[in-house]
Write a protein that binds this ligand. Structure first.
Ligand code: NDP
Length: 239
């Protein structure tokens, strides 16, 4: 069974690096037209643009900081007239012991990981139609916790509550809302000693690849998942 998204229009936030980039590629390869939201410009945008041209679909890059309301309004303004797939992927992390966590740092992480996901989705609402799919990229640590990440885990746990409620509010309009919770994904160079530690705690014995998250996001975005909403799906190799 092949996923076909021809004629569908998607927006992916944080789409030029890591998991977001893999989602953009997977959606485009399935035939979707993709609006790619990125914060920084430069080489990642140029390379991805070249790659997307090979897929034959329509694509557009919009530079926007999703934690800034004006940028969000401009971003959504570029997405019309309708949006079938919204992937709220942009996210930031830092590692701080709870007793040292400042309100500013808490706010910075929550602003991007949770408040921006709310703002982008609310702004996009008039563009979403029956059959549209919203996916939030959460994190497995939201449900199990992790030292030094109180702000990060709280922001990602917030996405689960948000999606459960949106599933109920938007379900009658035919709009589905789900969360994908990645485990440990290889999106950066990890020192060998830490890599060994991570591999040891994953049942499958290896880190995940960004494409393995993108595959699940693409499935949830497609009509193959037409009866899945309000769901939180761990993609973590068994951690
Ligand atoms: P990366 O750091 O590789 O990429 C994050 C992306 O988000 C970048 O494209 C970045 O843009 C963008 N971004 C960050 N802040 C903003 C902002 N304010 N406005 C617009 N874009 C922004 O992260 P990953 O690919 O690893 O992670 C992607 C998502 O997956 C995140 O939500 C993360 O929390 C989640 N996740 C990742 C895991 C992992 O192991 N990698 C595990 C669990 C969850 P720019 O490059 O321009 O800064």
């Amino acid at each position: 069974m092949q996923i076909k998204l021809t004629g569908k229009r998607a927006l992916v936030t944080g789409g030029t690096r890591g998991i977001g980039r893999a989602c953009v590629r997977a959606l485009a390869e399935a035939g979707a037209d993709v609006v790619v939201c990125h914060r920084q410009g430069g080489e990642p945008v140029e390379t991805l643009s070249r790659e997307l041209r090979l897929t034959g679909g329509d694509h557009r890059f919009v530079q926007a900081d999703v934690s800034r309301p004006d940028d969000v309004a401009r971003l959504i303004g570029e997405c019309g007239p309708h949006l079938d797939i919204l992937v709220n992927n942009a996210g930031v992390i830092s590692h701080v012991p709870f007793h040292e966590l400042s309100l500013e740092e808490w706010q910075r992480i929550v602003d991007t990981n949770l408040t921006a996901a709310f703002a982008v989705t609310q702004r996009a609402l008039p563009l979403l139609t029956g059959g549209s799919s919203v996916v939030f990229v959460g994190s497995k640590v939201a449900t199990v916790g992790m030292p030094l990440r109180a702000h990060y885990t709280a922001s990602k746990a917030g996405l689960v509550g948000l999606s459960r409620t949106l599933c109920k509010e938007l379900g009658p309009r035919g709009i589905r809302v789900n969360v994908v919770q990645p485990g440990i994904i290889q999106t950066m160079d990890i020192p060998a000693d830490r890599l060994k530690h991570y591999e040891a705690i994953v049942s499958l014995g290896r880190l995940g690849r960004p494409e393995e998250i993108a595959n699940v996001v693409t499935f949830l975005a497609s009509d193959l998942a037409a009866y899945i909403t309000g769901e939180t799906l761990n993609v973590d190799g068994g951690t």
